[in-house]
Design a protein around this ligand. Structure first.
Ligand code: ATP
Length: 235
């Protein structure tokens, strides 16, 4: 049983020129939480996810996942699965080869059965051995999804996870998110369509100008809460 938070980010600062993408931001997330991360375009959501994944180094502050510093400790990033809308798929490779590459990165030996199961789960088994070049956006998203969970990370960071998915694939993803939430894992999901996973969320966090301006347990109907949330969606 984890005694420390799954994620502990403290005092994160990241600037791009004069823009403060992260401005003294602190956040803790525990196992079993599904944090819906909302905010206007440019609020800093993707930068935060990238910092939590160890892909963006903050100018100041620290990120620990499962108690380990993702920017300082080799291997700490293995606890993170990051689904990004820049799908991070090698399109010269087939889906199977993409997943083998990912498995090798995470030192998963003998992952062939897991790869097969992952491709089956996202409905790509029929295209498993075709180059990903020419795949539709939704197919690339399915492949990215298979990759995100292949190494069974305790922390899942989902940046616009429903992008490009058809309604059936979106439903399947919702079911997977529900399963992840009840297992020993935590999820942060960025979306401009909160209705897609509102009832699964346990907590709602809103960012504005690199800061957290709202952090509450999720409760009630989105329709009722919407006016409160919408006031943060101003430039
Ligand atoms: P959106 O909802 O549009 O995806 P976001 O909340 O995810 O926005 P970020 O992508 O984190 O916002 O960007 C936060 C701010 O930092 C924006 O003003 C953006 O232009 C800026 N920014 C992010 N990455 C870079 C970069 N690599 N170079 C320059 N500016 C950047």
């Amino acid at each position: 049983m984890l005694t420390h938070p799954l994620v502990r980010a403290t005092g994160l600062v990241r600037r791009f020129g004069l823009i403060r993408a992260l401005d003294q931001l602190s956040l803790e997330v525990r196992v079993g939480e599904l944090v819906l991360l909302l905010g206007a375009n440019g609020a800093g959501k993707t930068t935060l996810l990238r910092a939590l994944a160890g892909l963006v180094r903050p100018l100041r502050g620290r990120v620990q996942v499962c108690g380990r510093d993702v920017h300082a400790e080799p291997g700490a990033r293995g606890a993170v699965g990051f689904l990004s809308h820049h799908a991070m798929v090698y399109d010269d490779l087939t889906p199977r080869e993409n997943l083998r590459f990912h498995a090798a990165l995470h030192r998963l030996d003998g992952a062939e059965r897991e790869i097969e199961a992952a491709l089956e789960l996202v409905g790509l088994i029929d295209r498993a051995d075709l180059p990903a070049r020419g795949f539709s956006r939704g197919m690339l998203q399915r492949l990215a999804l298979a990759r995100t969970d292949l190494h069974r990370p305790p922390l899942l960071l989902l940046d616009e996870p429903f992008t490009g998915l058809d309604p059936v694939a979106a439903d399947t993803l919702r079911q997977r998110i529900a399963t992840w939430r009840t297992a020993d894992r935590g999820i942060i999901a960025v979306t401009h369509d909160p209705a897609a996973i509102w009832t699964l969320a346990t907590r709602v966090v809103v960012m504005q100008h690199g800061r957290i301006v709202h952090d509450q347990p999720r409760s009630g109907d989105l329709m009722d809460v919407r006016p409160t949330l919408d006031r943060w969606f101003v430039a």
